[in-house]
Design a protein around this ligand. Structure first.
Ligand code: S3P
Length: 161
């Protein structure tokens, strides 16, 4: 079981798909599981129910996924905001791979994506800084992504997985 964590724009989904293909494992994106289960887009869940409700739902889904069948799982960038989710990741035997991305690189990769409600947070930089320690805390290993293509990052992961 490989779980990819990291800030928005780290490349979790792109790299996750590549790695899953190469390892012959299913790829699961926790945001898509949440959208499928609720029948709502992430941005609508944020708007209608608030971030706290989204994080609780995300916590449940992450606990199920890491306890489930072998897969490559990409988590939403904010999953580590929830203490229970951090605990689930730390207690799990899964390899938790932190895709580290610098602030400038993350912004450059993201543009202005309306599907990502957190991009409109006025204190996004502070949120980014706050999460860095949490990613480190849950990670089994850290893979830098700045200046590297998803293929290069994927190759690094496959070598060690
Ligand atoms: C979020 C990141 C998103 C998604 C939601 C909240 C965040 O996932 O879960 O919009 O708080 O950073 P990605 O990291 O896949 O964009």
């Amino acid at each position: 079981m490989l779980v990819l964590v990291g800030f928005m724009g780290a490349g979790k989904t792109t790299v996750g798909r590549l790695v899953a293909d190469r390892l012959g494992l299913p790829f699961i994106d926790s945001d898509l599981v949440i959208e499928h289960r609720t029948g709502k887009a992430v941005r609508d869940l944020f708007a209608e129910e608030g971030e706290r409700a989204f994080r609780d739902l995300e916590h449940q889904v992450v606990a199920e996924l890491v306890g489930g069948p072998d897969a490559v799982v990409a988590l939403g960038g904010g999953a580590v905001e929830h203490e229970g989710t951090r605990r689930v990741l730390q207690a799990s035997p899964a390899q938790v791979v932190y895709l580290r991305v610098g602030w400038e690189q993350a912004l450059g990769r993201l543009g202005d994506d309306p599907a990502r409600p957190m991009l409109r947070a006025p204190d996004l930089r502070r949120i980014y800084e706050r999460r860095l320690a949490w990613y480190e805390e849950v990670a089994t290993w850290v893979v830098p992504t700045d200046g590297r293509t998803p293929r290069e990052v994927g190759a690094t992961i496959i070598e060690r997985a």
